[in-house]
Write a protein that binds this ligand. Structure first.
Ligand code: ATP
Ligand code: MG
Length: 580
């Protein structure tokens, strides 16, 4: 293996934090000269970043190959016809970037590949005997995100590994789904990610059974809830068992609540917890009919769940509320306009008396009796689950955390195969649609997630498995006849042992080299200086822990041999125990 030379690597490091980079991963990848922004949501990978990307990609590919998936490559540009067949040309929305070629044919830039893969197999994968069939690719995707941000975390162009499986039976799909989930867990482990698999919502893709793999990080955009019993869910998707509390009194009373408009103000005014106040939201269904929702005051409406309960639901504007005769800040179930459909969160079914608006400015009711003073048309799961709610599996209070969605597995069923006429001959001779699964790993987002979990104030601390190189030799001076040859020799020896080695042969001050080495995040640094050499010593530093050791030149070979053994045996963070 050749030794890489810092003087030749195109890695322009930055001393200052870029002003528009909020997240550590964004900031540090820019500062370490690994990525560069070329336009909103579009990033270039420089040599060191590309080395890391290659390693992440290799881990993903190895794990996919190990479960029998076969690598392919489909076009990035996709014909509109196929998207019309699936119905997603109209459903996908503005994230789908549509383009027209010189012959006026419509295309889109692929945000995902269910349509293309289904078209690819539909006339040629014919018999149950050929199933299951599992194909995957690693490719650029484009999604015209409304707010590209956080660097690689939410970009418009990004790299995804997407896999698709075709089955004759649900059992066969389940098996591949489980094997892929296990493989995704191993990928995270090998990348050094601390992760959790959570129940999720299937969003644009379709299907019902789905699970997301979350890298745990405070910077994550996703909120997750979990429990000691093993239950874990994306807060967007999790079932919500809220704990509303009752405001009990003998009979319903109307009270003047001047200036009270919000739940916080009402709770303060009545001196009761927000969970005792009912939050009212008004909207209309797809036909424009009035729908009034009630949820516990300490919870938020879940936008995905309300779409499932009332397809096409939109919240009313202030003008629409007036037109319906509603009073903003004082809505309640007693005395609503004729024909209003009332839907309430299931948890409120257990609360016999409610504290709610009186449909009159400046007034509320307390002790409004369910079934006597008002009725509810339907009970639904409507809220975003929050830490402290009851675990739907065991009832204990849920805990909360934040996560970065790095990958997701879906059971698609026959959504695409039916819509696009992709069928096979079953064992009983009948023609049947394929049962499908799809599985995506955000390769570039994984890279950002790794940095979120592995950095400190000075820079990145790459896990060994994805580091741009394992070890950096830092001669404190260049061009002299003692330090330089000693450093070069050490670097060569390490490379011969099997390490990926960089030598910082730039004519720079020691301080600059140390700062860059920490910023870039080489896992091991070997510092070679005149004073040390005079005593026959070099200094070895572990980036992750900052531990330093003076090591005799006579025994440094042994240390490296040991480091090399640790690299093979101790998982992605390795070099653990090097100095023990
Ligand atoms: P999100 O909810 O974060 O927008 P998604 O659920 O829409 O993502 P999927 O369709 O599940 O994304 O795509 C598979 C993987 O691709 C995601 O788990 C994520 O790692 C990655 N990914 C999706 N959108 C982006 C993006 N804008 N930038 C970088 N990676 C992305
Ligand atoms: Mg997803």
């Amino acid at each position: 293996m050749t030794v890489m030379r810092m003087s030749k690597i195109y890695a322009p490091t930055l001393k200052e934090d870029p002003s528009d980079a909020e997240l550590a991963s964004h900031r540090l990848l820019l500062r370490a000269g690994m990525i560069r922004k070329q336009a909103s949501g579009l990033y270039a990978f420089l040599p060191l970043g590309k080395r890391v990307l290659n390693k992440v990609q290799r881990i993903v590919t190895e794990e996919m190959d190990a479960i029998g998936a076969q690598e392919i490559l489909m076009p990035f540009v996709q014909p509109a016809d196929l998207w019309h067949e699936s119905g997603r040309w109209d459903d996908y929305g503005p994230e789908l970037l549509r383009v027209i070629d010189r012959h006026q044919n419509e295309f889109c830039l692929g945000p995902t590949h269910e349509e293309l893969i289904t078209a690819l197999v539909r006339n040629e994968l014919k018999s149950y005997k050929e199933l299951p069939c599992y194909l995957y690719q690693t490719q650029i995707k484009f999604r015209d995100e409304i707010r590209p941000r956080f660097g690689l975390m939410r970009s418009r162009e990004f790299i995804m590994k997407d896999g698709y499986s075709f089955h004759a039976t649900q059992e066969s799909l389940q098996q591949t789904y489980d094997e892929t989930s296990d493989a995704y867990g191993r990928m995270c482990d090998r990348m050094g990610l601390e992760w959790r698999a959570v129940e999720a919502d299937s969003g644009q893709i379709g299907g019902k059974v789905t699970c997301e793999f979350m890298a745990l990080a405070d910077a994550g955009e996703a909120e997750i809830v979990y429990c000691g019993c093993g239950y874990a869910a994306d807060a967007e998707a999790g079932e919500c068992v809220a704990h509303p509390t009752e405001y009990a009194c003998d009979a319903m009373q109307k009270i003047a609540t001047p200036g009270v408009h919000t739940i916080t103000e009402l709770a303060e005014f009545l001196d009761i917890p927000e969970s005792s106040c009912m939050k009212a939201l008004s909207g209309k269904d797809a036909d424009g009919a009035l729908v009034v929702l009630f949820i516990p005051g300490d919870h938020e409406l879940n936008e995905i769940k309300i779409q499932q309960a009332v397809p096409g639901f939109t919240l009313l504007t202030d003008d629409e509320m007036v037109a319906f005769g509603l009073h903003k800040g004082s809505m309640g179930p007693v005395g609503l306009p004729e024909g209003a459909r009332v839907i309430a969160d299931r948890s409120l079914q257990a609360v016999p008396q409610w504290a709610v608006g009186a449909n009159e400015d400046g007034f509320h009711y307390v002790g409004a009796r369910l079934g006597t003073d008002f009725t509810v048309d339907a009970w639904e799961d409507l809220c975003v689950v929050a830490p402290g709610d009851a675990c739907p599996a065991c009832g204990l209070p849920l805990q909360g955390a934040r996560g970065i969605e790095v990958s997701q597995v879906f059971q698609l069923g026959t959504k695409y195969s039916e819509a696009m006429g992709a069928t096979f001959m079953a064992e009983d001779g009948t023609e049947q649609p394929f049962i499908m699964g799809c599985y995506g790993v955000g390769v570039t987002r994984s890279l950002a997630a790794i940095v979120e979990q592995h950095h400190d104030d000075n820079g990145i601390m790459w896990p060994l498995s994805v580091a741009p190189a394992h070890l950096c030799v830092i001669p404190l001076t260049v061009g002299d006849d003692v330090v330089e040859p000693a450093a070069e020799r050490l670097a060569r020896e390490c490379a011969e042992l099997g390490f990926e080695v960089v030598i910082d042969d730039r004519d720079e001050r020691a301080g600059v080299k140390f700062a860059d080495a920490d910023l870039i995040g080489w896992p091991l640094q070997v510092v070679v200086g005149k004073r040390g050499l005079a005593e026959g010593k070099v200094e070895v530093k572990r980036r992750r822990t900052g531990e330093k050791r003076e090591v005799d030149l006579s025994s440094v070979g042994e240390l490296f041999a040991m480091a090399h053994r640790l690299m093979a045996t101790k998982g992605p963070l390795a070099f653990d125990g090097l100095f023990d």
